[in-house]
Design a protein around this ligand. Sequence first.
Ligand code: FUL
Length: 482
Amino acid sequence: MNSRLLIVFLALAIGAKAQNISKDAPAPVYPLPTAEQVLWHEMETNAFVHFTTNTFTGQEWGYGDEKESIFNPTSPDAGQWAKILKETGFKTLILTTKHHDGFCLWPSKYTEHSIKNSPYKNGKGDLVKEAADAAGKYGLKFGVYLSPWDRNHPEYGRPAYLEYYRNQLKELFTNYGPVFEMWFDGANGGDGYYGGAREVRKINSAKYYDWPKTLDVVSKIQPNVIFFSDAGPGVRWVGNERGIAGETNWNTISTDTLHAGKPGITNLLNTGSIDGDKWVPAEVDVSIRPGWFYHAKEDDKVKTPEELFEIYLTSVGRGSTLLLNIPPDQRGLFHEKDIASLRGYKNLLDTEFALNLAKKSKVSADSYRANSKLYAPANITDGNKETYWATDDNRKSGSFEIDLGKETRVKYVSIQEYIKLGQRVKSFSVDIWKDGQWKKLAEATTIGYKRILRADPVNTSKIRVNILDSKACPLISNVEVY
Ligand code: FUL
């Protein structure tokens, strides 16, 4: 290199440094999701299946004294559950292997209170196996719910029950193939049958289960399981059972501020916290019916396709995943009304999000990182989730425009952050080009994995997204317009 070239090169390098321009990938904004959590975000909609003696007694929380003989589904078919779930877009089937009443859907060798003493298949049935196999057959992941609270077990509340609970975890995680998510319910302790004692047993849920040790039992067998509980560590409860994540929804939260069953934390669970020290995203669990279990008297109260679609927008559309419960009836099948609603909901998803107007459209931005193609605005609509638009490190705001090519009717804008490097955006707005100028369509706070904004349909030829504030340079991986 001759000396003049060297001087030009040095000047450029120094200039670049002064402006904080770097071709390097942006530094992560901690905390970050694990690979399993990223996968969990990408799944978007999962299903819960609540099934136990309650289905036959009409209760929601069995007392624990229900006779095993009462569990007598006439024609159960986990294949039907999995087939419908697959058809309507769900990715995981999470089964209540044991609810608070203590009845086990598999022939556990540690209790008599299970399917092995029921009339189902003359005691030879195993619905955990049937559900796990059906999920596998239809390409769904499998998850288990094993209620920590057990209103049947004589030793509940004492150390011996913990051993029982851990033994059951070992059975479930050893014998039924890979489990994607494990659900630890927050409802804990109170009155129950408890082997005939019929009394109230209160426990300190933060201490009694010795969660680190209990989770370790599972992790030793299947290290990649995502743990759900109020406090995570994999995913947290969203703080309500109505299907609504916070409009502001941080995937981050400090786990020392919450523990399973801690009262008064529902608001924090709903929004997360901007400065949380762990990545523990909210999961939105809600039932298609008023109750979690099937009751014939609720056949007319099944959520409509429109209600389910709204829930999709307030869960997946707010950066969470949806966990929708569909309870089998006394036959052991999803009821016709529930199936009709699920199909209607899927149809709504397919029609409302039929044609992505932003796909392959021209995108320009007011700036992009180091003017490098690696971070160019075209990455937003290239359909590749690993590429993103980024600004330089010193810019925590910025805008990009999507040219739709012609005046088109627009109702939804869906935006995604590249969360593998952390959740960043604190606020943003969307404008449309109307009558020769920009007009505001919507404004919101967090984005996270996905944020879907809905507006009254408008005709426009251009959309502008303005990132107004961000923890660090924003990274936007995908935008879709419908
Ligand atoms: C709650 C339980 O008490 C309900 O019965 C249901 O299982 C729901 C998913 O979680 O805490």
